[in-house]
Ligand binder design. Structure first.
Ligand code: SF4
Length: 87
């Protein structure tokens, strides 16, 4: 399970990542040497039954590091920009 999950979230207990080393979900980068870890973490997320809940939580929390809900920090930044209301 990712290290920053909030225990108060019920879906946390169903995360597929609970069976993996948390470091896998926090690669040094999503490109270069960290690419392989990122790809492996994203593969785990693809089979996760709570992927949507996880991604929603990460977007709401503004989680800046790690793979959450099958997304990298860069992908979540893009999603937040796209979802942000236009002023
Ligand atoms: S989507 Fe990925 S990071 Fe989120 S709970 Fe599932 S396996 Fe863990």
């Amino acid at each position: 399970m990712n290290r920053l999950y909030h225990d108060s979230e019920d879906w946390v207990r169903s995360g597929a990542c609970r069976q993996y080393d948390p470091e896998l979900f926090f690669p040094v980068s999503s490109t270069g040497p960290g690419r392989q870890s990122t790809d492996l973490a994203k593969a785990v997320c693809r089979s996760c039954p709570v992927r949507q809940e996880c991604l929603r939580w990460a977007l709401r929390a503004g989680e800046a590091d790690g793979v959450w809900g099958g997304t990298t920090p860069e992908e979540r930044r893009y999603m937040r920009r796209e979802l942000a209301p236009v002023a």
